[in-house]
Design a protein around this ligand. Sequence first.
Ligand SMILES: Cc1cc2nc3c(=O)[nH]c(=O)nc-3n(C[C@H](O)[C@H](O)[C@H](O)COP(=O)(O)O)c2cc1C
Length: 199
Amino acid sequence: MQAVAMATQPVIKVAALCGSLREGSYNRGLLHAAMEICKDSIKGMEIEYVDISPLPFMNEDLEVNGTYPPAVEAFRKKIEEADCFLFASPEYNYSVTGPLKNAIDWASRPPNVWGDKAAAIVSAGGNFGGGRSHYHLRQIGIYLDIHFINKPELFVYVFESPPKFDSDGVLTDEETKQRLRSVLLALQAFALRLKVKYE
Ligand SMILES: Cc1cc2nc3c(=O)[nH]c(=O)nc-3n(C[C@H](O)[C@H](O)[C@H](O)COP(=O)(O)O)c2cc1C
């Protein structure tokens, strides 16, 4: 019998960004849960948490002859090396947070390192579970050429009982973990479609 050649599936590298700088952030809790789920049960995908807190405030005066401050260069490199992005985006006053917009702006400077890559958004927060921030983030992504998956969506309402997170911001709710896993699988499938197209 002839052996069937199996095409090896490329490993998808995900950069995970959290819009909250808060220590016990529920949104960071979603990213940590995503990393755990990925490690335990999703083949061919690696998630790296990329910290946005060392970034200075966007200021074009910090750009000198096309170079950026060291923290910005390091951040831009992580974004450039990733195949796709997982944003945990809290909602601040019906929009994305200042720190997240700041990070997005730094990596958009020439050359834009977000472009033509897949992304997914998850959020945890108040009555809409941070959902309104998704729509502003999607709008920002138009100019940057980020391709967001449409479904499944994940908005986690945190201020209800029983709690979905423990007091350290660790996701404990099993149903939310399953939904998060579905988001990751959809992101992986979409990122693979984009990657295979160009390789
Ligand atoms: C400046 C500010 C604005 C906020 N605005 C909203 C809002 O518009 N909608 C909402 O659901 N929650 C809002 N919140 C509450 C956050 O969603 C909540 O603090 C959430 O836990 C933040 O995410 P984190 O746990 O990852 O830090 C706001 C919080 C702050 C600090």
